[in-house]
Each structure stands twice: as structure tokens, then as C-alpha cells.
Design a protein around this ligand. Sequence first.
Ligand code: FES
Length: 148
Amino acid sequence: MALYSAKVMDHFKNPRNVGIIENADGVGEVGNAKCGDIMKMYIKVENGILTDVKFETFGCGSAIASSSMATEMIKGKPISEALQLTNKAVAEALDGLPAHKLHCSVLAEEAVQSAILDYYTKNNIPYDSEQFKCVLCAHGEEHVEEEE
Ligand code: FES
């Protein structure tokens, strides 16, 4: 079996929703200290719905494919639903990632949460810090169990 699924290759070669949103309502930036990859996510929110999502990823192909898929999965959805997005769901939607690349999908989950947290903070919207524990902590290390 090929190392990467056709879906990973598709989203890597033709990533959806690449770019920036100039007047974004929330911007999240996360990185993985080990590989040095960085992901930036922009969201536009109207009545609790993510009306637009864009991303910039400076990283590996799996990180690009994961962020592309993540934006597709949350665009047009309520924030509450986007917050449920897990790296496992992203990886599954991509028909799987190699074990040593699962952390790339973790970046996507964290970037989404980080952008929403930024939106909540900017608008003084109260939130449950439990929900954001991974992006509020030092980043990444909490998810190490996802790796090989
Ligand atoms: Fe680190 Fe892909 S190798 S995000």
C-alpha cells in the first residue's frame, strides 16, 4: 500500500481554502516544536457559524493536507461543531496518515481551536478553558501519545 492515501495526495497537491482572510474574526497560529512546522488558521464568524475559513501552512505535505481537510470539515458549520473536530477525524477523512505523521493532523485540530479561542477572546465571549486545554497549554506536547 502506498504510504499516503489518494486523498492525502489530492489535498496536498490541490489544497482547499489556502490563503488569508484580511479582516478575520479569529486567527490561530500553532506550531510543532519538534518538526518546526507552523499552521495559521483564519476564521470569519457570523451568528456562530464559520462562514469562511482559510489557512497558511508552512510545513510538510501531511500538514498541508490536514489543514486543507480541516477547513473543508468546519466551513459553514457552527463553532460548537468545529470545536468537536479531532485530529483523528481529520486523519480518517484523509483515509489515514502514517503513524509518524499523525502529529500533522494534531496541528490542524489545534489551529482550529486556536482561531476560535482568538475569536472568543477578541469578542469577550466567555468560554470553557477545559475545551481549549491543548492550545492554552505549552502546545503540542499533550498530544505526544498520538505519535509512534
Ligand atoms: Fe510536523 Fe508534518 S512533519 S506537521
